[in-house]
Ligand binder design. Structure first.
Ligand code: DGL
Length: 274
């Protein structure tokens, strides 16, 4: 039994959907979360900037003593995962491959939709991962940047969100997709509305659940699992406004967040998290 923590990070709140899925699947694991609330969003920033943030976030979480790290941000997974896997000496799991695998298995028509931030969609990471899983898939992708603030606002069934969803999703629907990947950690909270707009024949794939499955499989394979439920307390760190994170995060986590600490960001230092 290995009682070291699993580190999970995202640009802000959205990665809590991954925390939720991992906690449900692996109740005996200690989870440490970092939300980079001072620098969110990542989805509209350059690849170079996202890679720098990714290295810094990882360095901070590694100080907590980890056995595995999850990059619970699609944008950072698309742009920085390979680099982190090379740099770190613990397993690093992203959210793109698990989501792509589930979508490739689910599609019957071979036409798969992917929605995400501009950074994720423009990277082409989902297209590559989907085609690696199953040759010959046709991929229809769409940037949906407004979904992030709408989800953070808690406007899950609001008319403004519905209108936005129709605008973004109608072309995807018309392209005949039978499976849609929710390729951003914020989107699972909008799932009921997205499902209504896409219609019941379209299967929605949530990368959070698939990632949790992947985490379990990797821990099993490496014999790193813990079943110590007394240690399974979630520890959260943010780079700005812990009170907002505590409040808005409940929506993403599905329960109260007790333990949130502020990490000071000092950009004059080599590693800013000190
Ligand atoms: N967490 C990001 C993602 O999954 C969405 C929010 C952002 O743009 O930072 O791509």
């Amino acid at each position: 039994m290995d009682t070291r923590a699993i580190g999970i990070w995202d640009s802000g709140l959205g990665g809590l959907t991954v925390v939720r899925a991992v906690a449900e699947r692996l109740p005996g694991e200690r989870l440490v979360y970092f939300g980079d609330s001072a620098r969110v969003p990542y989805g509209t920033k350059s690849a170079q900037t996202v890679r720098r943030f990714a290295r810094q976030n990882s360095e901070f979480l590694l100080t907590k003593g980890l056995k595995l790290m999850v990059v619970a941000c699609n944008t950072a997974s698309a742009l920085a995962l390979e680099e982190l896997q090379e740099l770190l000496d613990i397993p690093v799991i992203g959210v793109i491959e698990p989501g792509a695998r589930a979508a490739a298995a689910a599609t019957r028509t071979g036409i798969v939709g992917v929605i995400g931030t501009p950074g994720t969609i423009q990277s082409g990471a989902y297209n590559a991962a989907l085609r690696e899983c199953k040759g010959g898939l046709s991929v229809v992708s769409r940037e949906c940047p407004l979904f992030v603030p709408l989800a953070e606002e808690g406007w899950l069934m609001h008319p403004a969100t519905r209108l936005t969803a129709e605008e973004y999703l109608n072309p995807v629907k018309q392209a005949g997709v039978d499976t849609l990947v929710l390729g951003c950690t914020h989107y699972p909270v909008l799932r009921p509305l997205i499902g209504e707009v896409m219609g019941q024949d379209v299967r929605l794939v949530d990368s959070a659940e698939e990632t949790a499955r992947e985490v379990e499989a990797r821990l099993d394979k490496l014999n790193l699992k813990s079943a110590d439920e007394s240690a399974a307390e979630l520890e959260c760190y943010v780079s700005d406004m812990p009170s907002r994170f505590r409040q808005a995060g409940e929506l993403f986590l599905g329960r109260r967040i007790e333990n949130v600490a502020l990490v000071e960001y000092d950009k004059a230092k080599e590693n800013p998290w000190q």
